[in-house]
Design a protein around this ligand. Structure first.
Ligand code: SF4
Ligand code: SF4
Length: 151
């Protein structure tokens, strides 16, 4: 039925917007308390050439040679922060992301630390705010409202 699928689309839009709002609610915690650790530690998954070009600043070949960009067996490319003085190339000194509104900003940056897969919401344990329960109350209310399972 057309009406049913419209309702489903509408619900999905509300879920996407709600998750964005939850992520945004962390912004001062990220900068002031956590000091943008997820832009400094580990490896950043890059899903397409737009993301690779943006983060590698056009130096893909050079960064592959120095192993700052690493290709996995499944052909995914990761940027290794440890090979770039423990920082993303787009992290400002004030802890903010220089490419926040850019269409090629890595998708994982936009989704982190809350990932929606079907009817599940996964909260990444690697995130300090998640580990410390900063989002717990709001996130539980959100999942209950939209009948999502929090894992
Ligand atoms: S790890 Fe979590 S709390 Fe820390 S900056 Fe990233 S999203 Fe924010
Ligand atoms: S692109 Fe922005 S949000 Fe993503 S790791 Fe780099 S500085 Fe952080």
């Amino acid at each position: 039925m057309v009406i049913k699928s419209l309702n489903k689309d509408d619900n999905n839009k509300k879920i996407i917007a709600g998750l964005d709002e939850l992520r945004s609610s962390l912004s001062s915690y990220c900068v002031d308390v956590c000091k943008s650790q997820c832009c400094k530690k580990g490896k950043l998954l890059l899903l397409n050439s737009g993301e690779v070009n943006l983060i590698s600043e056009g130096k893909k070949d050079e960064l592959l040679l120095s192993k700052t960009l690493v290709k996995s067996e499944s052909d995914n490319i990761h940027f290794d922060f440890s090979k770039n003085k423990n920082s993303c190339t787009k992290l400002c000194l004030d802890g903010l992301c220089l490419v926040y509104g850019n269409k090629n900003r890595p998708k994982v940056c936009s989704d982190y630390p809350l990932f929606k897969v079907k009817e599940f919401v996964m909260a990444a344990d690697s995130c300090r705010a998640v580990r410390e329960g900063v989002l717990d109350i709001k996130l539980n209310e959100f999942c209950k409202k939209y009948n999502l399972k929090l894992i």
